[in-house]
Design a protein around this ligand. Structure first.
Ligand code: HEC
Length: 116
């Protein structure tokens, strides 16, 4: 019987570690969602912590969205998977959608700054 070369074990181990990291990278991260909300969504929506006032009256505040019981994860996912009706298409990755939803969950019941 031929001994199995050490490289096979090393490669196997490296693959396992890489797979574990890939899985980690895909975990939902509300902090990333917050960053995205502040950099992209805050251009039109009032986002808590953003110093900017809403640029568009038509856009609901993030506090309002977060506290709206009708805004289920499913509905947000569906909405964010397609372009908003009144704006240039925002392309955000599926992973970013999950991050933004997670972020919205962290600001639930946060009093809106300014109008709600
Ligand atoms: C260019 C302006 C603009 C940007 C940028 C923007 N939005 Fe909006 N958004 C709007 C407007 C206007 C509405 C209300 C009209 C509509 O539903 O299209 C809205 C509505 C929404 C709604 C409510 C949908 C509903 O059914 O009531 C959600 C949720 C939302 N936006 C999430 C986001 C998120 C998350 C981002 C950042 C990734 C974002 N928006 C970026 C303008 C914008």
């Amino acid at each position: 019987m031929l001994p199995i070369p050490a490289q096979v074990f090393v490669a196997g181990f490296a693959f396992t570690v890489l797979t574990a990291f890939a899985a980690l990278a895909q975990t939902v991260n509300p902090a990333d969602g917050r960053r995205l909300a502040l950099s992209v969504c805050a251009n039109c929506h009032v986002v808590p912590e953003s110093r900017r006032e809403s640029a568009m009256d038509a856009a609901p505040t993030f506090a309002a969205i977060a506290n709206d019981p009708a805004m289920t994860d499913e509905r947000l996912r569906h909405f964010l998977n397609q372009p908003h009706s009144q704006m240039p298409p925002i392309v955000i990755a599926r992973e970013e959608i999950e991050d933004v939803i997670a972020y919205l969950r962290t600001i639930r019941r946060t009093p809106a700054k300014g109008r709600n």
